[in-house]
Structure formats: structure tokens, C-alpha cells
Design a binder for this molecule. Structure first.
Ligand code: GLN
Length: 383
């Protein structure tokens, strides 16, 4: 068996969701919304299942969705993308990331990773033969520094795998950070694989700034987006990959031998959804922001130390002021004894020593958030 995978544990999201089911805990661990997603988009999918094409769609994705993605990202992010040569549909963003790593890495190449990082990144990089080089980001800002980048980059750097907005920290990199990273990529002739799945889930008036649009990055960026995050339909697993033709030709080779295609009916519904009025996207953000504020206020009222959240639907709590120094043990107790599932942020670090931050998902109905707050209040009182 391959030792990289045989040595892996079950993902923390799966573990926590299972524990939540077993214990009847309120599940604020794995990130998925209570909301079932926009009805018109789901109805489009249903209609496409019943009345549409259910055989293999084109390997690169249905033309309507590739065009809709190009139009959508022109409108929202000012990107000029050619639907035929620069957009590909994948079965979720994780497939897109795995495929990009397979397509771009030759064993022995160095890959710059930023921790905390999504748990799939490291095993996928290693399995592709990449040598990970970490930039460790620390609370509360989780920003970049020239020194940290200089330590991670070398003449062997081939790829950086960059997530912005960043899960689990709920932060957005500043424009200065983006320019700094772009500068390092250009100087080292590296490709930036940019996991931008949270691009629409940003608050307080922020607008997402794609790496692809930075000067000098057009030809060396792979932008990855996710319908699951844009429409709160996390089970659909419809991803979109955007890159210059030279990169896309190679990325498509990985895709054609991993999943080949993605359900055509879901693609049709996503194509429709991407064309929805601005009000849908603004409304989605406003709803999440309201939930964020409700939950953050509740936590602060209970005396928890809440870190800022400006993107993603997560909120982090610093547990050090509670006298807690082990986020894994804390989350284990919280779910089994107090009925609330959360995610220990140390699960997102390979090397860094951050063990005092716990992530909660607030993309939930008010009643769910309130139930969690009630249980946390009981925990606080007993502590
Ligand atoms: N992206 C989700 C999160 O961060 C997890 C997805 C999964 O369970 N693999 O919670």
C-alpha cells in the first residue's frame, strides 16, 4: 500500500460529523450550510435530470457552463477568460486541486504551502511527488512576510498552493500580500494554484481579488472555484478551473483520466445559477454576515475570545484565555460532554504549533446557532 495514504487518519471533518451524529451534538464542525441552497437552481438540476442529457457530457464541461463561468468572473472579478481554451469543469474543487498537482509537479519539485491549510493539500502534494515547503501563518492576522516567503522559496520551487479567502482562519490576504506572493512566483518561475472557493463568501463590503488578475500572474495562475460554495450546495461537487491555454492543456489531461466528466444536469443548473442577479450573491453574503454576527455576539456574551471573520463561513475562538492549551482535547470534550461539534485548527497545521484555536461553522439557521450557544453557556457555567 502507498505509505502516504496508509498512514493517514480519517479526515477531521468526517470524524467530527460522525461524532456529532452519534452523540446528537449540534454540528458546527464540518463546513456545510443548514440552508438547502437556492430553489430555482435545484429545480434546474431536477429538470435537467428528467428532461435533459444524462450521458457523458464533453470532457471539458458543457459549453453553457464554461461560457457562464467566463461571463460570471468577468462581471464579478474583471477577468477576461476564453470559455473554450481557459475554463474547465471538474467534479469539485478537490478534484481540480489534485489534478493540478498531478499535472504540474514532477517528483522532487518543491511546493510552497501555507499553514493552516486545508487537510487534503499535503497528502495530495506528497503523492504527486512534491516536496512541501511551509510558510506558517499565525494569529491574529495570518498574513505573509517577505522573510517567511524567502525561507520557503528556492530554485526548486515549482508550485505554490494558495487558499484565499483562507479556510480555517476566515481571513483574506491583503493586496500587499498578494503582490508579494506574485513577485516571488514570478522571480522563481512558479505556478500559483489558487483555491478561491470562498471568493463569494466575503463580508463587510470586501470584494475578492483573484491572483490571476495580478500583474505577471495571468500565465502562471490556476484559479479554482466551487459551485458548492457559491450556491451552498456542498454535495454537488461541481468545480471550475480557469487558466491560460498553455496550462489548461496539461490540466485537462489529468482531469480526463481522473473523473473525465461531471454530471451534466448539475452543470446545467450551475450555468443557470452563475447568471443570477447580483442580488442573489449580495443576499447570500448578507445572510451569512447576519449569522456570523449573531453567533459572534453570542460567543462574546459568554466571554469567549472571538477572532475576526471576514470571509468563509467560519468563526474561530482562541481557547488560551479559557486556560485550554490542546484544541483537539477541547473539541473532543465539547462534542462528547457538551453536545457541540467544532474543528480543532491544529488539524490544518503540519509543522506549526498553533493549538489554541477552534473553528465553528456559522452557516446555520438561527435555531441551530442558538442551540449551540445554549450548550456553550452550560459548558461555561460548569467550567
Ligand atoms: N470544506 C469543508 C470544511 O472546511 C470540509 C469538506 C470535507 O468534509 N471534506 O469544513
Amino acid at each position: 500500500m502507498n505509505p502516504i495514504f496508509s498512514a493517514l487518519q480519517t479526515s477531521v471533518f468526517e470524524v467530527m460529523s460522525r461524532l456529532a451524529r452519534e452523540t446528537g451534538a449540534v454540528n458546527l464542525g464540518q463546513g456545510f450550510p443548514d440552508d438547502p441552497g437556492p430553489l430555482d437552481v435545484r429545480q434546474k438540476a431536477a429538470d435537467a435530470v428528467v428532461n435533459g442529457w444524462n450521458q457523458y457530457p464533453p470532457m471539458m464541461g458543457i459549453p453553457e457552463l464554461r461560457q457562464a463561468a467566463a461571463t460570471h468572473f468577468k462581471h464579478w472579478q474583471g477577468l477576461d477568460l476564453d470559455a473554450d481554451s481557459e475554463v474547465m469543469v471538474t467534479s469539485g474543487a478537490t478534484e481540480a486541486i489534485a489534478g493540478a498537482l498531478m499535472a504540474l509537479i514532477t517528483p522532487g519539485d518543491e511546493v510552497v504551502l501555507f499553514e493552516p491549510m486545508y487537510d487534503a493539500y499535503l497528502p495530495l502534494v506528497r503523492r504527486a511527488g512534491g516536496i512541501p515547503k511551509f510558510v506558517t501563518l499565525t494569529p491574529p492576522a495570518f498574513g505573509l512576510t517577505e522573510e517567511a516567503l524567502a525561507r520557503a522559496f528556492s530554485p526548486k520551487t515549482k508550485v505554490v498552493l494558495f487558499n484565499n479567502p483562507l479556510n480555517p482562519t476566515a481571513t483574506i490576504f491583503s493586496e500587499a500580500d498578494l503582490d508579494l506572493l506574485a513577485d516571488f512566483c514570478i522571480r522563481h518561475d512558479a505556478v500559483a494554484i489558487c483555491d478561491e472557493v470562498w471568493e463569494h463568501v466575503v463580508f463587510d463590503g470586501h470584494r475578492h481579488k483573484p491572483m490571476l488578475a495580478r500583474p505577471g500572474m495571468r500565465e502562471r495562475t490556476v484559479k479554482i472555484s466551487s459551485a458548492g460554495k457559491i450556491f451552498s450546495l456542498t454535495g454537488w461537487k461541481v468545480g471550475m478551473v480557469m487558466a491560460a491555454p498553455k496550462l489548461m492543456r496539461v490540466l485537462s489531461k489529468a482531469h480526463q483520466y481522473v473523473t473525465f466528466t461531471t454530471p451534466p444536469n448539475l452543470q446545467a443548473a450551475v450555468a443557470y445559477g452563475l447568471g443570477k442577479d447580483d442580488s442573489y450573491f449580495e443576499g447570500m453574503r448578507a445572510d451569512f454576515q447576519r449569522s456570523r454576527d449573531r453567533f459572534a455576539d453570542g460567543l462574546k456574551g459568554l466571554g469567549f475570545s472571538v477572532l475576526p471573520s471576514v470571509g468563509t463561513y467560519f468563526l474561530n475562538v482562541d481557547i488560551a484565555p479559557l486556560g485550554e492549551s490542546d484544541d483537539v482535547a477541547f473539541c473532543q470534550r465539547l462534542v462528547t460532554e457538551n453536545g457541540v461539534a467544532a474543528i480543532p485548527v491544529s488539524a490544518f497545521y503540519a509543522e506549526g504549533a498553533v493549538k489554541n484555536v477552534v473553528r465553528f461553522c456559522f452557516a446555520k439557521h438561527d435555531a441551530t446557532l442558538d442551540a449551540a450557544l445554549e450548550r456553550l453557556a452550560a459548558w461555561k457555567k460548569a467550567a
